[in-house]
Design a protein around this ligand. Structure first.
Ligand SMILES: [Zn+2]
Length: 364
C-alpha cells in the first residue's frame, strides 16, 4: 500500500454513488507512526495524495488518556482542538476527517469507510443486527446508533476491548460500514462480498423509471413553492418510486425523517409534506418555524418532490440524497422495515459544529 494507492481506491469508491454521495465517506492509510486520513470537506471521488492529512499517531493515541468534559458541545470542542494539534508539521492548513480516531485504532494499513445504500438498507432497519448475524454466520461487529466522531470511536473502542481479533468489517447502525485490510485488493474483495450477500436478501428494489424533471402540470404549485423558497433554487423530480411515496401522507412515512447523518446534512431531517389543496405559503412558514430551518425537501401529494438549495448544485444534491433515502427505505423492507435515526441523534447532527463545517463547504 502507498498514499497513491489509497487515493486511487478512495476515488474508486468515492466516484460510485452506490457507495458514497457528496462529501460522505472517508479513507486512510497508516504506518507505525503516521496516519494519512482524508481531509474534511475534500471529496472522496476526486481526492489526490494531497487531500489526506498526515497525523501523528502517538498524539492521537494520547487523546484516549486526556479526559474530556461531559457537556457534548464542550467535549467536541476540546477533542477537535486535540485532533488539530495532532497534525504533523506542515499540515496545519488541513482539517482531518471527523472519524480520524476510529481510522487510527483499526490495525490495518488501509481503511475505507463508506455509506452504501445497500448496506444502509441493513443498518437502518429494525432487524438489521439480527439479519447481519444470520448472514455472516459469525460474530460481526455491530455498533448501535452513535453520534459520529469521538463518541463513535469510543463506542467501537469499548466493543473491541472484549475481542481477541479486530474484525475487518464494522457495521454502524444508521450510518454505514468500515472495512480494513492491509491491501487495497483485499478491501475490494471484502466490499464485493458484503454487497453480494446483502443483495441476495433484498426483496424489493426501488423503481426509479419514468423519471421526469419537468414541471408538467404542476405550474401553479411549482410557482408557490418557488415563492416560498425565496432566493433559493427549486428543482422538481418525479418517477415511479416518488409517485408511490407521495400518494398520501401515510405512503410518505418511510421517507419522512433521516436515516443517516449524510441525509440530514444534504437533504435535511424534516421533509415537508403538502397535502392536495394545502395553503403552501402558510404550511411552509409553520414548518420552518417549528423545525427552526426552511425545508430542503417539499413533497406534494400526488405530484412529486421539490429539492431546494442555495444553488443548482446543492438543490441537485438534496434530490440525490433524497433518492438515497428512498433506496434505504426500500431495501430496509427486507430486514423488518426501516428505522430512522432517533430524534436526539438527529438533533446532535443538526447542531454539530463539524457537520456545520462540512455543510458550509458544500454550499459554497
Ligand atoms: Zn460516515
Amino acid at each position: 500500500m502507498s498514499l497513491e494507492r489509497l487515493a486511487a481506491i478512495s476515488r474508486f469508491y468515492g466516484a460510485d454513488p452506490d457507495y458514497v454521495i457528496a462529501g460522505g465517506g472517508n479513507t486512510s492509510f497508516k504506518d507505525q507512526s503516521t496516519l494519512w486520513v482524508k481531509g474534511s470537506g475534500v471529496s472522496l471521488g476526486e481526492i489526490t495524495p494531497d487531500g489526506f492529512v498526515a497525523m501523528d499517531r502517538a498524539k492521537l493515541a494520547a487523546i484516549w488518556d486526556a479526559g474530556y468534559p461531559e457537556d457534548p458541545a464542550e467535549r467536541e470542542k476540546a477533542v477537535l482542538a486535540d485532533m488539530l494539534a495532532s497534525r504533523e508539521p506542515g499540515e496545519e492548513h488541513k482539517r482531518p476527517s471527523v472519524e480520524t480516531l476510529l481510522h487510527d485504532m483499526l490495525p490495518f494499513a488501509c481503511v475505507v469507510h463508506t455509506h452504501p445504500s445497500l448496506v444502509n438498507g441493513l443498518t437502518c432497519s429494525r432487524e438489521g443486527e439480527a439479519a447481519l448475524r444470520a448472514l455472516s454466520g459469525g460474530d460481526p461487529l455491530w455498533i448501535p446508533i452513535s453520534d459520529p466522531g469521538f463518541v463513535l470511536a469510543s463506542s467501537v473502542r469499548e466493543k473491541l476491548a472484549g475481542r481477541v481479533k479486530v474484525p475487518q468489517v464494522i457495521f454502524l447502525q444508521n450510518h454505514g460500514v468500515f472495512v480494513g485490510a492491509d491491501t487495497d485488493e483485499e478491501i475490494k474483495a471484502i466490499y464485493s462480498r458484503i454487497i453480494t450477500i446483502i443483495k441476495e436478501k433484498i426483496t424489493r428494489v426501488p423503481d426509479f423509471s419514468g423519471e421526469c424533471d419537468e414541471y408538467g402540470n404542476s405550474g401553479e404549485t411549482a410557482d408557490l413553492i418557488k415563492k416560498a423558497a425565496g432566493e433559493r433554487v427549486v428543482l422538481f423530480r418525479r418517477n415511479r418510486e416518488i409517485g408511490r411515496l407521495v400518494k398520501d401522507r401515510a405512503a410518505f412515512a418511510p421517507v419522512s425523517s433521516a436515516y443517516t447523518p449524510d441525509h440530514i446534512v444534504y437533504s435535511g431531517s424534516d421533509p415537508l409534506f403538502l397535502e392536495k389543496g394545502a395553503d403552501i405559503s402558510s404550511e411552509w412558514k409553520l414548518h420552518s418555524e417549528s423545525t427552526g430551518r426552511p425545508p430542503k425537501i417539499a413533497a406534494v401529494e400526488d405530484l412529486g418532490v421539490f429539492g431546494i438549495g442555495s444553488s443548482v448544485d446543492t438543490a441537485s444534491l438534496t434530490l440525490e440524497l433524497f433518492t438515497d433515502t428512498m433506496k434505504v427505505a426500500a431495501y430496509a423492507e427486507s430486514f423488518g422495515g426501516p428505522r430512522f435515526m432517533t430524534p436526539e441523534k438527529i438533533a446532535f447532527i443538526n447542531n454539530w459544529e463539524a457537520e456545520h463545517y462540512r455543510r458550509k463547504l458544500t454550499e459554497k
